[in-house]
Design a protein around this ligand. Structure first.
Ligand SMILES: NC(=O)c1ccc[n+]([C@@H]2O[C@H](COP(=O)([O-])OP(=O)(O)OC[C@H]3O[C@@H](n4cnc5c(N)ncnc54)[C@H](OP(=O)(O)O)[C@@H]3O)[C@@H](O)[C@H]2O)c1
Length: 276
C-alpha cells in the first residue's frame, strides 16, 4: 500500500506509549484512525490531537482480551467507517515472573491480549481486504520474540508467535495487494519498559517512540516484511543467536539483561531481592 492518506486504520493500544506516537504519525498522513484501548479518557484526548494534526480520530474503548466479543467491535467499526484498510495490532501487556510463579490466568491473559486478539481481529477483517485486493496488516512484536527474555517468558512466547504468524500470513497473501509487516522494537523510551524506571542493559540501543512510528509508516508505504528497530547489526546478531542460543544466553547475562529482568520480576512480585 503506497498511500495512507484518506485510509482507515484500526490501531489497538492507541491510548499510551508507542501507540500514541503511531496515531500521531498516521494523523499527519491524514488517515482516519479507529483508536482502541480500555481507557476512554485517554482515547478521547488523543482523538482531539489527531484532528489538530490533520487526521480523523474515532475513540472506541474496548477490552480486546475479550476475544469472543471482538465480532461486536468489528460490527461497530464497520457501522461507523464501512471498511478498514490497515490494521495495526499494537496493544500488549507483559508481566515479569520466574515461570513457575505465573498463574494460568496470567498465561492466558498475556497470550490472548498480545497474540490471539490480533489474530482474531485480522481474521474478521481480512476477507474484505482480500476481496478488495488492498490492505495492510502491521503487527508490533519485539526483540523478545527473537530471543527469549528470561523472567518475561510468556510475553516472549506471545511475540515469537506474532513474528511467525506474520511470516506465514505474508506468504499466504504474496499474490495479493494485502501487505503484512512485523515491527520488532527493542528498548524504547516510552511505554512499558519506561514504566519500570530502570536503566536498559549496557550496549542496548534505545529507540525513540517517534522512530518506531516512522518505521510503521515506512513499512506500510514500502510493504516491508520485517523491521528490526535496532538496525542491521542487531538483526545479524539475533540471526547468530538463533544458530547458537547458548552464546545468546551468555550475551544476555553479560550485558545485564538477565539480571535486569530478574529485578523487574522481583519488583513486580514485591519480594525482597536476594544477593548473588
Ligand atoms: N516500550 C517498549 O520498550 C517496547 C519494546 C518492544 C516492543 N514493544 C511493543 O510495542 C507495543 C506498544 O507497547 P508500549 O510500550 O507502548 O506499551 P504500553 O505503554 O503499556 O501501552 C500498551 C497499550 O495497549 C493497550 N492495552 C493493553 N491491554 C489491552 C486490552 N486488553 N484491550 C485493549 N487495549 C489494551 C493499553 O491501553 P489500556 O491500558 O488503556 O487498555 C495501551 O494503550 C506492544 O506491542 C509492545 O509489546 C514495546
Amino acid at each position: 500500500m503506497t498511500n495512507i492518506t484518506g485510509k482507515t486504520v484500526l490501531l489497538t493500544g492507541a491510548s499510551g506509549g508507542i501507540g500514541e506516537y503511531i496515531a500521531r504519525a498516521l494523523a499527519k498522513e491524514q488517515a482516519t484512525i479507529i483508536c482502541v484501548s480500555r481507557s476512554q479518557n485517554a482515547l478521547n484526548k488523543l482523538c482531539i490531537e489527531i484532528k489538530v494534526l490533520g487526521g480523523i480520530g474515532i475513540a472506541l474503548p474496548f477490552d480486546i482480551s475479550k476475544v469472543e466479543e471482538l465480532p461486536v467491535l468489528v460490527k461497530q467499526i464497520q457501522g461507523i467507517v464501512g471498511s478498514v484498510d490497515i490494521i495495526i495490532n499494537n496493544a500488549a501487556i507483559e508481566k515479569y515472573r520466574p515461570f513457575q510463579y505465573y498463574s494460568l490466568e496470567d498465561i492466558s491473559s498475556i497470550l490472548t491480549t498480545n497474540l490471539i486478539a490480533g489474530m482474531e481481529l485480522t481474521r474478521l477483517l481480512i476477507p474484505a481486504m482480500i476481496a478488495r485486493n488492498s490492505g495492510h496488516i502491521v503487527n508490533i512484536a519485539s526483540g523478545s520474540g527473537k530471543k527469549g527474555a528470561p523472567y518475561n517468558s510468556i510475553y516472549s512466547a506471545s511475540k515469537a508467535g506474532l513474528i511467525m504468524w506474520t511470516d506465514s500470513l505474508r506468504q499466504e497473501l504474496a499474490n495479493t495487494n494485502v501487505g503484512v509487516t512485523v515491527i520488532c522494537p527493542g528498548y524504547t523510551s516510552a511505554g512499558m519498559f519506561l514504566a519500570f524506571g530502570l536503566p536498559a542493559p549496557r550496549l542496548a540501543h534505545i529507540s525513540k517512540p517517534s522512530a518506531v512510528a516512522i518505521a510503521v509508516i515506512r513499512a506500510i508505504h514500502k510493504n516491508q516484511a520485517e523491521v528490526m528497530m535496532d538496525g542491521f547489526l542487531t538483526k545479524l546478531l539475533f540471526a547468530y543467536i538463533q544458530l547458537f542460543p547458548d552464546f545468546g544466553d551468555r550475551l544476555y547475562r553479560w550485558i545485564g539483561l538477565t539480571k535486569l529482568n530478574k529485578t523487574c520480576a522481583e519488583n513486580q512480585m514485591q519480594v525482597p531481592r536476594k544477593r548473588h
